[in-house]
Design a protein around this ligand. Structure first.
Ligand code: PGA
Length: 257
């Protein structure tokens, strides 16, 4: 059985004092239930990279895992402003969000660049969470499936049979991100099923059963249960609703069936 992952994507929010307070509040809510929760789910927080050291400290002794929101594909070099996989590893980062729509559409990241990052993360044994998702226009034009399948195919270029089991996917329809307009569980489930179908075709049944596919886009404490109780929705990538301890704690405790 695939464990559900409830992942917080803080985006460019909070300063360290706020981050520490948020984590303290979250731990007060979930640490006592952690044994019960550990059986079927994992929790991860991806803070802005400058706060990774502070958040790593605040998470000491907790089962909550640490993620990054992006990274460069090279180990080191003349890349002003960038963060490398070894830097992330040295702070205990286990997951990295790659190809988030804000990077694709605001900063113009290409499928080719995102693919290089996926391969680099796998090489360094950081779990890449490869995000795919169609824009509002693409959605309205009925092109959602075509767009996400293309992003997936290109993002997986060169990913071996051995490596695919070590990665995750996230379906994040751009029209649902930060908009309050969530995909319906049925809409998301159908895209997730198609994404899993690509893993089955390119790899095999065992890998298709292994790879976790998260949903992201206006997930809240109110809609998380209906989304992650779908068989192909293996968790949630949560932006806005992860910035408050009580709402993210509720999301972490979501009903999974
Ligand atoms: P949202 O963001 O939950 O605020 O819609 C999700 C994401 O972009 O990962």
């Amino acid at each position: 059985m695939r464990k559900k992952l409830l992942a917080a994507n803080w985006k460019m929010n909070l300063v360290p004092t706020e981050a520490r307070a948020l984590i303290a509040g979250l731990r007060a809510e979930i640490d006592r239930d952690s044994a019960a929760l550990a059986g079927d789910r994992e929790v991860m927080i991806a803070p802005p990279s400058i706060m990774i050291p502070a958040v790593a400290q605040a998470l000491a002794g907790s089962s909550i895992m640490l993620g990054a929101q992006n990274m460069h594909f090279d180990d080191k070099g003349a890349f002003t402003g960038e963060i490398s996989p070894p830097m992330l590893k040295s702070y205990g980062v286990t997951h990295v969000i790659l190809g988030h729509s804000e990077h694709r559409h605001v900063f113009g990241e290409s499928d080719e660049l995102i693919n290089k990052k996926v391969l680099a993360a796998l090489k360094h044994r950081i779990i890449p969470i490869l995000c795919v998702g169609e824009t509002h226009e693409e959605h309205d034009a009925g092109r959602a499936l075509e767009v996400v399948l293309r992003q997936l195919e290109r993002g997986l270029e060169g990913v071996s049979h051995e490596a695919i089991g070590g990665m995750m996917l996230a379906y994040e329809p751009v029209w649902a991100i930060g908009s309050g307009r969530t995909a319906t569980p049925a809409q998301a489930e159908s895209i997730h099923g198609a994404l899993r179908g690509v893993i089955l075709e390119r790899y095999d049944r065992q890998r298709a059963d292994l790879v976790r596919i998260l949903y992201g886009g206006s997930v809240t404490a109110d809609n998380v249960d209906s989304l992650i109780s779908k068989p192909d929705i293996d968790g949630a990538l949560v932006g806005g609703a992860s910035l408050k301890a009580d709402s993210f704690a509720r999301i972490v405790k979501a009903r999974t069936h």
